[in-house]
Design a protein around this ligand. Sequence first.
Ligand code: PHE
Length: 339
Amino acid sequence: MIARIQELLEEVEHLQASNAEEVEALRIKYLSKKGCINALMADFRNVPADQKKEVGMKINELKDKAQQKIAALKEAAETKDSTADDLDLTRTPYPIALGTRHPLTIVKNEIVDIFSRLGFTLAEGPEVEDDWHVYSSMNFADDHPARDMQDTFFIEAHPDIVLRSHTSSVQARVMERMQPPIRVICPGRVYRNEAISARAHCFFHQVEGLYIDKNVSFTDLKQVLLLFAQEMFGKGTQIRLRPSYFPFTEPSAEMDISCNICGGKGCSFCKHTGWVEILGCGMVDPAVLEANGIDSKTYTGYAFGMGIERITNLKYQVKDLRMFSENDTRFLEEFQAAN
Ligand code: PHE
């Protein structure tokens, strides 16, 4: 019997299997109820008493070895099986997947490009700003609701420091260090304390424009915005201005474009009005010029501001704002061609 066990020990040592089925066959042969090790155990009662100890130990050794070996073969077969299908050695390593520009960057670049052809230069500023540049210099009254906790993210230990809620703060920074003529375009990220949903987010992106010189008029503003709308949404695009209110412009207006989805005929996107709102604008309030060190008797100016997400939605009909910040490559790759 000892000889038979020894023989099996050798055999187990050299077991091989190339897949999970072969491993299972080995398990049945050695370790199952009807397997050969169990058969040895059944014979154990016929072993003479004085040999029982030695034989018993040997059988146990054999059983341990067989279990270990078969477990190792099983693991090897499983890892091999799972990679075997994925591994295609004939596949070339090219083309390497290239990243794509983010849709908001594509649209921002397009907006900046249109205005730079009209002589606007780029200006940028900090996202963490002080109250002066975001609100006070922009003619917000001390008790204006936009300063309220609901809209603005304050830095806890410094109530004077906020996450900017619009890029008008960049205009303030430009005005304080430059005298007219000023013609700048200010793109950037802004923050507002809003519940995140398909239609609102706690951060989004804006592009604001500012032009200050002698004799700048509302007609100039309207002409520039018409040109922008037609460059962005097509030559046939029409605009209309509706009176509105902003603390930093007077008069103020909101601009609609003829719905680029139905061409102005009326559809569910434009709520059957034929028009969709795209930006706010107006003549810079003289109080803002004065607060920023510019003589309001000599100079006038206009300003406008738009949300990049809004323009992107109009161009690409992205239904859910959250898509812009989820970094799902299936979404981002759709903009490959627009690069
Ligand atoms: N700052 C305004 C906003 O965030 C946009 C705007 C800019 C409106 C310039 C008019 C002129 O809503």
